[in-house]
Design a protein around this ligand. Structure first.
Ligand code: PLP
Ligand code: COI
Length: 354
């Protein structure tokens, strides 16, 4: 498929100071768009100036949330070249989400080619400073005007990009997390393992509660027994207990994070014992009380490695590693960002230079 490019005639000023970017607030000059119609398939891949879009008020996504998204980043290397981190994994996962949400399969090669063209055009928007990058948001939604409930027959696939700093204002300083006991995010059989908007809408009430308590995020427990740890709002979660690195197993209700997968691979390469299993919040409290809980950290594209310094479960406030980043978390952060920013050799074959 040929990608048609229309350049903006009205380029916006590129923010000069990366330290004021925050996360996901500023958008680059162009976006990638492609349409789908039942019977016709995907058509008209194009790059156009970033702008508002027109949608019918009856567009199906607005009513029944048939939508999926992804999140990845473009990094600037010290030599100025640009690279992506495991981008094929994102488009593969996008189609996995799509199959659950009955969204037609996206041609992964066209999506990746479109993204690369977009990045070439908006190269100057990729930040220069450490810890800043261009956050990339591919997404698909049902756009046909119809208020009955059925899968959409028309879809729009878009990629927008946003120069961003750290996801949490605290940067690499540990965050505080609140264990949610009444709301649940997902159950097995539902779309918990996908990146669909509704999962995030369902998580907002918990996030508001966390913020009321002065904490950054929510740690979700399983929806059936309300006992086993699942994941955080926008991150998977890991614990270092004794010498072992432990993360909840994948069983359908949590997202299979690409950072999670990379962390597991790195830890195993370093000879650390990594276990994916069910882990209950009571077990975490016991290991905390016995002194065996050494570290806790979240993993995600936006957050990278985010140390958790405080875990609040009911009346129990667990301060982990004196609210400081631990050795495993730091080594993972340094290695992952080193590979992503092209500062250390990528012997895992993870990065793709533009
Ligand atoms: N879990 C949820 C709910 C997320 O939104 C994310 C972010 O994408 C993650 C985990 C981490 O996934 P990844 O490492 O692929 O960014
Ligand atoms: C990401 O890490 O890419 C996310 O999607 C997190 C969030 C902004 C939803």
């Amino acid at each position: 498929m040929n990608i048609k490019i229309t350049k903006t005639t009205n380029p916006k000023p590129i923010p000069a100071d990366d330290s004021t970017l925050g996360f996901g607030r500023v958008f680059s000059d162009h976006m990638f768009v492609m349409n789908y119609k039942k019977g016709e398939g995907w058509y008209d891949p194009r790059i156009v100036p970033f702008d508002d879009i027109a949608l019918s008020p009856a567009a199906m996504v607005l009513h029944y949330s048939q939508t999926i998204f992804e999140g990845l980043k473009a990094y600037r290397k010290p030599d100025g070249n640009i690279q992506l981190f495991r981008p094929e994994e994102n488009f593969k996962r996008m189609n996995l989400s799509g199959s659950r949400m009955v969204i037609p399969e996206i041609p992964e090669d066209v999506a990746l080619a479109g993204l690369k063209e977009l990045l070439k055009l908006d190269k100057d928007w990729i930040p220069h400073s450490d810890g800043a990058s261009l956050y990339i948001r591919p997404f698909v939604f049902a756009s046909d005007p119809f208020v009955g409930v059925r899968p959409g027959e028309e879809y729009i696939f878009m990629i927008i990009t946003s120069p961003s700093g750290p996801y949490y204002a605290t940067g690499l300083n540990p965050v505080g997390i609140y264990v949610e006991e009444s709301f649940v995010r997902a159950v097995r059989g539902g779309p918990g393992y996908t990146k669909t908007g509704g999962n995030y809408a369902a998580s907002l009430a918990g996030q508001v509660e966390a913020q009321k308590q002065g904490l950054a995020q929510v740690l979700w427990l399983d929806g059936i027994e309300r006992k086993y740890i699942e994941e955080v709002g926008a991150m998977n979660i890991f614990f270092v207990i004794g010498d072992e690195v432990i993360t909840p197993e994948l069983q359908g209700s949590i997202l299979e994070g690409i950072t999670r997968k990379s962390v597991i691979e790195l830890c195993r390469k370093w000879g650390l014992k990594v276990t994916e299993r069910k882990i209950s919040i009571d077990e975490i409290a016991d290991t905390y009380k016995s002194g065996a809980l050494k570290e806790c950290f979240g993993t995600g594209t936006a957050a990278v490695i985010s140390p958790v310094g405080l875990l609040k479960w009911g009346d129990l406030s667990m301060e982990i590693n004196n609210n400081k980043i631990g050795d495993v978390s730091k080594r993972l952060y340094d290695t992952l960002t080193g590979i992503q920013y092209g500062k250390i050799t990528d012997d895992m074959n993870w990065v793709r230079e533009l």
